[in-house]
Design a protein around this ligand. Structure first.
Ligand code: GAR
Length: 211
């Protein structure tokens, strides 16, 4: 590509992953940040960085699919090559997601396929796991279910709580997500019906040191 990768992001919350992505100063152009929450911190992060924003209210739409079509319509209109779900906490309509196959990634706070959905830190502690982690995966219609491309791991320490685990893991998320976006921007990581890294089909999740 003879121009920077155009990146759009969707976020529902405070936007620390979005902030880390922007702070990484990657050779990408952020074209839009969208949210389902008008007060999402991520929108303020984007505005501060001079990135256009859009927020739509799900209750203003008759159906979930109508909302998804509208929000993803904005994403498509932004000209984004890549869509990053950075703490976007809604399940997206399968047909709407299908149009972004291989062009959308999500960061999730667990070692997928363990612990999809919510309360991943609690689930990790309750299971007595020795390690926890974060995953970046290509988005499919299945919630937190698409092919995993990269993971970062942390040990579970004696005395860890949901809060301490979440805090330590967030530090890793903030490295992992920019590293994956950098790999996509450089062409090292691409999608051809499956994830390809450095010319070979990806057979196991990459670690931070691979990226
Ligand atoms: C992050 O921990 C991210 O992994 C998680 O939401 C948090 C958003 O924090 N995403 C999911 O759980 C997706 N299923 P942030 O708004 O500070 O980036």
């Amino acid at each position: 590509m003879d121009r920077p990768l155009r990146v759009a992001a969707l976020a529902s919350g405070r936007g620390s992953n979005l902030a880390a992505l922007i702070a990484a100063r990657l050779p990408v152009e952020f074209v839009l940040v969208g949210s389902d929450k008008a007060r999402a911190g991520a929108l303020a992060v984007a505005t501060e960085a001079g990135i256009p924003t859009v927020s739509l209210h799900p209750r203003d739409f008759a159906t979930r699919a109508d909302f998804d079509r509208a929000l993803f319509g904005h994403v498509a209109a932004s000209g984004a090559d890549l869509l990053v779900l950075a703490g976007y906490m809604r399940i997206v309509d399968a047909d709407v997601v299908a149009a972004w196959e291989g062009r959308a990634i999500n960061v999730h706070p667990s070692l997928l396929p363990k612990y999809r959905g919510l309360h991943t830190h609690r689930q990790c502690l309750e299971a007595g796991d020795a390690e926890h982690g974060a995953s970046v995966h290509f988005v499919t219609a299945e919630l937190d279910g698409g092919p995993v491309v990269a993971q970062a791991r942390i040990p579970v320490l004696p005395g860890d709580t949901e809060i301490s685990l979440a805090e330590r893991l967030l530090v890793e998320e903030h490295k992992l997500l920019p590293a994956v976006v950098a790999a996509i921007a450089s062409g090292r990581l691409r999608w051809e019906g499956g994830a390809i890294f450095d010319g070979l089909p990806l057979t196991r999740p990459l670690g931070l040191t691979d990226l």
